[in-house]
Design a protein around this ligand. Structure first.
Ligand SMILES: [Ca+2]
Ligand SMILES: [Ca+2]
Ligand SMILES: [Ca+2]
Length: 357
């Protein structure tokens, strides 16, 4: 305790000049130690896991106007640093020649962010900003030099400081634009799609998009990997929202394979009925090198979507496309009787059907 008191006393009496240099060079170890003592775990924010550009979540362009009529329009994201080394990545589709601003507002008293803006490869740093201290707002403003999906990385200046007091609000704006209209709608299928009128843009990932816009006549263009490009004339009117529902023609709709190898099947058809379910990876003690999945009955629901997997009479499931870690695969799953769990529903990958796309 005496040691801590000493440290605190030393910290309090540090000359202002030393404190003001906190952000140049390495972390002030004295300051860091004291803050670590204060760190207490908090729950991860709603956007975790997002600690790399590949796991980044979309941030919607903030109109800087409330849209109470659109409860799902959430352009201000609340984040925190729930563990040592936590960093929060967001992505957004933006346009050449426009000025953008990523802002950290309402920071907690232990929230001292560094904002990094990264190029379309997720790795090339375009700009890094760390102008303010714990409990103070921070922002990065820059001009976009080519249309594309860019990334922002928000991290603590001192990665050992986390937990209570590290919450902050994150938003993306075009500070020199005044939008007087608003476009929103759906994208089907729910692939990652880039939407642009040449004046404003949006990135859709979960089948929804929001695009603050100015009034007038425009052409909305939509581009997505594996899908035919799409365009539609639109008329944006002042104040009111307009709805545009985009239906894309895409090649194989690719199932998502999660990091734990679980597969989400939104639609599979069997005997004329459509089902949706999740398959969890299963380690078979009798066949450690085989690839097995078990249907999670709790996820069983009515199938949705236009691309349904046809389940054969022998319960085999052809998976034309499954995306895992950025690569696409095709294979067929064969029904498997698991003697250890006779009431469970299991499938085994037929390796003779396996292909990399
Ligand atoms: Ca976080
Ligand atoms: Ca994170
Ligand atoms: Ca800072």
């Amino acid at each position: 305790m005496a040691g801590l008191a000493c440290l605190l006393l030393a910290w309090v009496s540090l000359p202002t000049a030393v404190l003001s240099q906190q952000h140049e060079g390495d972390a002030d170890p004295l300051n860091a130690n004291i803050q670590v003592l204060d760190s207490a775990p908090t729950a991860p924010d709603a956007y975790e896991p997002d600690n790399t550009w590949m796991a980044s979540k979309v941030i919607i362009l903030n109109d800087q106007e409330p849209h109470p009529e659109l409860p799902s329009y959430k352009p201000i994201q609340t984040h925190n640093f729930h563990m040592a080394g936590d960093e929060d990545w967001v992505k957004f589709f933006i346009l050449k020649g426009e000025i953008y601003k990523i802002s950290v507002d309402s920071p907690g008293d232990k929230c001292d962010v560094v904002i990094g803006i990264y190029d379309i490869d997720g790795q090339t740093l375009i700009k890094e900003v760390d102008d303010t201290f714990a409990g103070e707002k921070e922002y990065a403003e820059w001009e976009c030099t080519a249309d594309g999906v860019y990334y922002a990385r928000i991290r603590q200046y001192n990665r050992e400081v986390f937990g209570e007091g590290t919450a902050y609000q994150l938003s993306l704006t075009q500070p020199y634009m005044t939008f007087n209209g608003f476009i929103f709608g759906t994208v089907t299928p729910a692939v990652e799609a880039k939407l642009s009128t040449g004046l404003a843009s949006a990135l859709a990932v979960d089948g929804e998009f929001f695009m603050p816009h100015i009034a007038g006549d425009f052409t909305l263009q939509v581009v997505a990997d594996g899908c035919a490009s799409y365009s539609v004339p639109i008329t944006v009117v002042e104040i009111a929202d307009i709805t545009v529902d985009v239906v894309l023609e895409c090649d194989d709709f690719c199932l998502a394979v999660a990091g734990d190898l679980s597969i989400l099947a939104p639609c599979a058809e069997y005997l004329g009925n459509r089902y949706g379910f999740t398959l969890n990876f299963y380690s078979n003690p009798d066949d450690p090198s085989g690839l097995y999945w078990k249907m999670v009955l709790a996820t069983f629901t009515t199938g949705e979507g236009t691309d349904c997997i046809p389940i054969g009479g022998d319960l085999s499931m052809p998976i034309p496309c499954a995306a895992y870690s950025g690569t696409q695969y095709g294979f067929t799953l064969r029904f498997y009787n698991n003697l250890y769990d006779p009431s469970g529903l299991y499938w085994k990958m037929d390796l003779s059907t396996f292909s990399v796309k």
